[in-house]
Ligand binder design. Structure first.
Ligand SMILES: Cc1cc2nc3c(=O)[nH]c(=O)nc-3n(C[C@H](O)[C@H](O)[C@H](O)COP(=O)(O)OP(=O)(O)OC[C@H]3O[C@@H](n4cnc5c(N)ncnc54)[C@H](O)[C@@H]3O)c2cc1C
Length: 411
């Protein structure tokens, strides 16, 4: 009952915050690309809270977080106070209990402040959701509340040095010994690695192939668990990344496997990949707000811009791709929420389309800025860098193509 109250309070905070913001409008977005189009009043409210938070707490810091590679713990904890630490986690363990569509709207808005930090927050949310969905009651009540407040941070560990796209071939093993598991193996590319407190680790508890894979929660500080160097990345630098290593036969997890097989994993993947796409939208939106209206752009093109058909056509194409991307994400989010059979295909299509088109938009935008676009004084270069990686992570776009063609052949 206490947890239910905490969860409801969190949701209450979010709803109260949005009421107080109801009279303000932080955006000046042309009607046809307005991200609140088609949303109900409550969703518009969540969106406003997230936009406001992004503008106030994230956007002023995003360049510094990027350049100094900072993991902004305090700001993320403030985001959690608004209910963004466990957005689609159930309320009885401290989550906000919102839908997939609500979540995508919130992530899109947060990404306008910092795509990189929102990418990490989306992974953290996915981990909390996995424990909430697949954990037993003891695990849910132990791990979810501190994740929802972001008192603790979580990371997702699937990729290994020898298995990326072909995740089903992963080698990290977990062997049962009495009431605990002995883990052997190493994981690569862990967003939040070394910073997070809780690691949701995909490992082999059964035979070869996807059916032999389970998921185990490993806490930081577990004897035998260590982390590699902080990786130097091209972008999303505030989402610190490290590999993890297990000393042979030394890493003991006293938790049970959370998931029975790889199918659950696919659901998790599909789920988070739609948020990754939402980040793309947010990125572009921030750009529409800031850079298209920037003094520099106006000086450069001035009234000529209104006459330049080339420029106008480019803007028209970019806006069309943006709106199409948003529609695809929201359609996929609803399919996922309803656990429909077409959810995996729709999520994959949306990830493929959105991450490619939105990167192209950012790249075009940089081009339109000329040499200035390449300077770190202008945010457009960061949007371009931060958007590139989404074609690779959460299942590369080649993997998305495979999932789509598999669905088509099944039909
Ligand atoms: C910034 C960043 C953050 C990340 N965060 C996480 C994280 O938090 N947790 C986590 O577990 N992982 C994470 N990853 C890892 C990411 O999911 C993998 O990099 C991705 O799945 C690709 O795997 P790989 O790098 O091993 O490339 P590979 O699988 O070796 O693929 C190399 C290339 O070949 C293509 N390819 C592979 N197989 C085929 C095929 N059958 N047909 C056609 N093309 C194919 C791929 O699409 C890719 O272009 C992150 C990666 C990055 C860059």
């Amino acid at each position: 009952v206490a947890m239910l109250r905490t969860g409801s309070r969190r949701l209450g905070c979010l709803r109260a915050a949005l009421q107080s913001l109801a009279q303000t409008d932080h955006r000046s977005i042309t009607f046809c690309i307005d991200p609140s189009l088609g949303l109900n009043e409550e969703q518009k409210g969540f969106q406003k809270v997230a936009f406001d938070f992004a503008a106030r707490e994230m956007a002023p810091n995003m360049a510094e977080w990027d350049q100094k590679e900072l993991f902004p713990v305090d700001v993320m904890r403030k985001a959690a106070q608004l209910g963004f630490g466990g957005i689609y986690v159930r309320t009885d363990v401290g989550g906000s209990g919102l839908s997939r569509l609500d979540t995508s709207v919130i992530f899109e808005a947060l990404a306008t402040g910092c795509t990189s930090t929102t990418a990490y927050i989306s992974i953290h949310n996915m981990c909390a959701w996995m424990i909430d969905s697949f954990g037993n009651e003891e695990q849910r009540h132990k791990f979810c509340p501190p994740l929802c407040t972001m008192e603790k941070f979580a990371s997702y560990c699937l990729t290994e040095p020898g298995s990326g796209s072909d995740a089903a071939s992963l080698l990290t093993s977990a062997k049962r010994q009495g009431d605990h598991y002995i883990l052997n193996g190493s994981k690569a590319f862990i967003s939040g690695g070394g910073e997070s407190d809780i690691y949701v680790v995909m490992c082999r508890t059964g035979g070869s192939g996807p059916k032999g894979i389970s998921c185990i929660v490993v806490e930081k500080g577990t004897p035998g668990l260590s982390f590699g160097k902080k990786e130097k990345k091209v972008s999303i630098s505030s989402a610190i990344m490290r590999s993890s290593y297990g000393e042979p036969d030394k890493v003991v997890a006293d938790n049970l496997g959370l998931m029975e097989g790889f199918l659950g994993q696919i659901r998790a993947f599909g789920g988070n990949s739609i948020y990754i796409k939402s980040l793309q939208l947010g990125t572009i939106h921030a750009f529409y707000n800031k850079d298209f209206t920037s003094v520099r752009m106006q000086q450069q093109f001035g009234k000529k811009a209104q006459r330049s058909q080339y420029l106008q056509f480019q803007l028209a194409d970019m806006a069309t791709k943006l709106v199409a991307s948003r529609l695809m994400i929201r359609t996929a989010a609803v399919a996922l929420q309803e656990e429909r059979e077409d959810a995996v295909a729709l999520c994959s299509m949306a990830k493929l389309f959105v991450t490619e088109e939105c990167f192209t938009i950012c790249n075009q935008a940089l081009q339109m800025h000329g040499g200035y676009g390449y300077l770190k004084d202008y945010a457009v270069q960061q949007y371009m860098r931060d958007s590139r990686v989404h074609q690779i992570l959460e299942g590369s776009n080649e993997v998305m193509r495979m999932l789509i063609s598999r669905s088509l052949l099944q039909d």
